[in-house]
Design a protein around this ligand. Sequence first.
Ligand code: FES
Ligand code: CO
Length: 332
Amino acid sequence: MVGDRIFDEWFPVADAAVVQPGTWHPFDLLDDRYVLVCDRLGAVMVTRDTCPHRGAQLSLGSFDGATIQCPYHGWQFDGSTGQCNHRPAHPTQIPPDFAALRPVPSQMAYGLWWVCVGGSPRNLPDFQAFTAHPGQSIALGPKLVRSSGPRIVENFLDMAHFPFVHADYLGQVPFTEVPEYDVAVLDGALALTNCVFWQPNPGPTSTQGGNVTYKYGVSHPYAANLTKIPNDDNGGELAGFSIMIVATPMSELVCQVWNITTVADPSADLASYNEFQEIIFGQDTRTVESQRPQRLPLDGRAEVHQRADKASLAYRKWLTHRGIRYGTSLNA
Ligand code: FES
Ligand code: CO
């Protein structure tokens, strides 16, 4: 795992709406535990949730909006800088600088707080729809999925499963054929375009079946986005919407998956999109959790492919190029 570029990727760890002044939020990421601390003025610091003294879990202690106190020997840390201010066993001594908690980089984007625990942070995943339609997004999750991030992302890029996993929603037998689509790498991101699929119920506002045009993008190994536009009988552009999923790996084979939906129609009922996505995501989860091996095979001979897997094979190649081993067969 040493040298794996996965540590340089950003992952969402908390919904910005719940990160209120004076609150803290423990989370697991990449086999370690962290805590996001929001001080009483609203400044956010993220640090390992482990005391530098004897390794107790800080979030089992207390946080009053300014000071974090460890539950074990009561060391006190500044909730904004991490500095150790007080050690009760030696009340008159000034604690050394190296007793401080070390903050890791964090930022707010797409309505979520993101964290990068590696030394050379890469870019956040690209989700242009979110910025193009301000205020027209809704987050679902996080949802626990017992599989690797790459299995989860690959499923999101797959159309051939629609009639089977999402029967009566995103597909319906006998409309099973996956027409040819285009795959390209543009500015380092994977782009799948001209994807067309017949759907009985393309979205929460649709009233009948019809062809839906998809495009997909992957600019982060554990995230992907899509935009789907129903045909004119189902509202066309205005009924279109975009989804970004990001799998935050608690560990290699257990992820918390965030879904953000952005809709084109400013008068749309956002909650109805979450209800729709909740059903679809539940159907996907059951299948993805059943896949073996759970780590995505990167050896082309490891599984049997069909022509519709062009996106899957391009994603596997893209992951290899990106230097990612975590969640793949290279880490088995
Ligand atoms: Fe935290 Fe000792 S382990 S104060
Ligand atoms: Co699916």
